[in-house]
Write a protein that binds this ligand. Structure first.
Ligand code: B12
Length: 429
């Protein structure tokens, strides 16, 4: 059997086995509503707000946004190609426009694949070389004894290997080796379910594409480890890790060529949990929706090995929000606490019910000695500094509901309740 024959055979097998983890028969109105909520985000076309993940999510869903979708891809291309040209022509670190990170470049490659394109030509080669260089730098940061840490994260490392694989670009065994080692040794606390699932998706792509044949056995073993770890992370309600890691976990489980015995039941349970979360409107963030939509269409990023760009998709219509009853919202009180600075900060802030945590921070800044800074990311505004103290290196400002519950949403999505205390804590990850 030739290479193509082997690939088709494996993909056929994947289709057959995928039935052990299917999230089918989800209310189509619910899915359409999710898709519709992405549309306004596609009007934000500044480089800071462009989000290749939204495009990928939509293309792998059963939904489409017509000309808006094509225009979005066009804008993505202009923006990413320009920033690559900028990085090629200047080494000026003071360049005020942020360059895309390794993971963002990788997501852009996924977007191209979602449109059935392979990178090619001079521009494409430059993109691939840039991503390979990023991976080499990260490999060196991890070090030969695996004691170091990538500058970005193992999540972005896995995503980048996946993106290159989807474009049939091989990466050196030593690059794949770092991810294999980390999954095998559960080395880093960053190995959340999301990161593990992303590594699993990358390994599945390598396995299906017959890449890195010298590492074939290790890759197969790592896929098994990822499966075990994800299944072990299932919560009593059914989520893998938490509600927001479940979509990527399911994307991975859907690609399993050798599903584990308990996988079918675990997936059914996860489906129930996911549907309950959908009803509770837990999915508002466009990045989270973009990781979920493929799952609701029985697709994963690995399907971008050979995407079907002719598959019929339902056209999304923009809906005008009808303003709800003009009830004056109540005023609520939220306490903001920052114990990890000197002198510690603790203050009660009054905001309207339904305000976001970001509104609370703004109010505190307007009225008191509180100060904070954010950075745009694909998930929304990321809190980078508090009271002038910037999180550096492996540190980050963790968001918690007192006494000790880490929030599952960022500052622009989380809406505190009356009487809650929110703590901002500088921690290492
Ligand atoms: C790695 C990671 C982190 C790292 C980021 C640092 C680093 N050097 O990479 C650390 C551990 C610090 C982190 C922190 C947080 N994270 Co986080 N993180 C991720 C993960 C695994 C990958 C992100 C990534 O690299 N994406 C790819 C690149 C290309 O996209 P990017 O936008 O350029 O990436 C940046 C942002 O994602 C940002 N970031 C990371 N997490 C979060 C969370 C939010 C809400 C925002 C706005 C930004 C942000 O850091 C990335 C690197 O700069 C995702 C998993 C996922 N499924 O997406 C979770 C994820 C995005 N994080 C999540 C959460 C909840 C948080 C926290 C709010 C947790 C908390 N209670 O404090 C904090 C952020 C607090 C803040 N200061 O604003 C959730 C978001 C869910 C949601 N509803 O949107 C996810 C999906 C994990 C999960 N399953 O719960 N995170």
């Amino acid at each position: 059997m030739g290479c193509l024959g082997a690939l088709l055979f494996l993909l056929g097998g994947m289709g057959a086995l995928a039935r052990t983890c299917e999230i089918t028969e989800v209310d189509s109105d619910l899915v359409e509503k999710l898709g519709q909520s992405l549309l306004p985000w596609m009007d934000w076309l500044s480089p800071e707000q462009l989000n290749p993940s939204i495009y990928v999510g939509l293309r792998l869903s059963g939904l489409q946004a017509g000309p808006k979708e094509a225009h979005y891809l066009h804008t993505l291309k202009l923006s990413y190609q320009q920033s690559l040209l900028r990085s090629a022509s200047s080494n000026d670190k003071s360049d005020s426009e942020a360059k895309p990170s390794m993971g963002q470049l990788a997501l852009y490659l996924l977007a191209l694949r979602a449109n059935c394109e392979f990178v090619g030509g001079r521009k494409g080669d430059r993109l691939v070389s840039q991503l390979k260089r990023f991976l080499e730098t990260e490999k060196r940061a991890i070090g030969h004894n695996h004691k170091g840490h990538p500058h970005t994260s193992y999540y972005q490392y896995g995503l980048s290997i996946l993106a290159l694989c989807l474009h049939q670009k091989r990466v050196h065994d030593s690059v794949v080796g770092k991810l294999l080692y980390t999954v095998e040794h559960e080395q880093h606390p960053d190995l959340s379910v999301d990161t593990t699932a992303m590594a699993g998706l990358a390994f599945s792509c390598l396995e299906l594409s017959n890449f890195n044949l010298n590492q074939r056995n290790q890759i197969a073993l790592a896929i098994q480890r990822v499966q075990e770890r994800i299944l072990r992370a299932q919560t009593p309600e059914g989520h893998f890790g938490n509600v927001y890691s479940t979509p990527l976990a399911l994307q991975f489980l859907m690609t399993s060529l050798k599903p584990m015995e308990e996988q079918g039941t675990a997936c059914l349970k996860a489906k129930a949990a996911l549907l309950a979360s959908l009803q509770d409107k837990a999915f508002q963030n466009p990045l989270m929706i973009s990781q979920l939509l493929p799952v609701l269409n029985q697709k994963s990023y690995v399907d971008l090995i050979s995407p079907n760009c002719q598959a019929p998709r339902v056209m999304l219509e923009t809906v005008m929000e009808t303003p709800s009853q003009t009830q004056v919202p109540e005023v609520i009180h939220v306490t903001l606490k920052v114990p990890s600075i000197f002198p510690p900060y603790k203050h009660s802030v009054s905001v309207l019910d339904g305000s976001s945590l970001e509104d609370v921070l703004k109010k505190a800044q307007e009225h008191g000695r509180f100060r904070y800074g954010t950075q745009a990311s694909l998930s929304g505004p990321y809190l980078t500094s508090v009271m002038g103290k910037k999180a550096e290196g492996p540190e980050y400002w963790q968001l918690l509901r007192a006494p000790n519950t880490p929030l599952l949403q960022g500052i622009s999505d989380y809406r505190p309740r009356d009487g809650e205390t929110i703590e901002l804590r500088l921690v290492r990850w």
